[in-house]
Design a protein around this ligand. Structure first.
Ligand SMILES: [Zn+2]
Length: 94
């Protein structure tokens, strides 16, 4: 079975400064698998969760909030790794 996969190549961005908050990557929308893209469900007397006190109504999907679609957002942040080289210790305040 064919499947579309999205790959992200991670590389340090050009022009990076020390105070960058990160990089956000927004992926293309995908159909919500919880409601199968419907955005929710119509609840009537035939539904398992039907409550006669509430009556017939529409129940919004908690995952997609009724849109039927979701999209991943990936935040990539960078942090210092390893020991600071000896010649750069205590140079921040100069
Ligand atoms: Zn949904």
């Amino acid at each position: 079975m064919s499947e579309l996969k999205i790959c992200i190549e991670i590389a340090q961005p050009d022009g990076m400064r020390g105070n960058d908050k990160g990089e956000v990557i927004k992926c293309p929308p995908q159909r919500c698998i919880v409601c199968n893209g419907a955005g929710g469900w119509h609840i009537d007397s035939r539904s398992f969760s039907y409550d006669p006190d509430v009556g017939e109504h529409y129940q919004t999907c908690r995952v997609c909030k009724g849109s039927g679609s979701v999209a991943a957002q990936i935040l990539i942040g960078w942090q210092t790794i390893g020991e600071i080289k000896k010649q750069y210790l205590n140079t921040e305040k100069q």
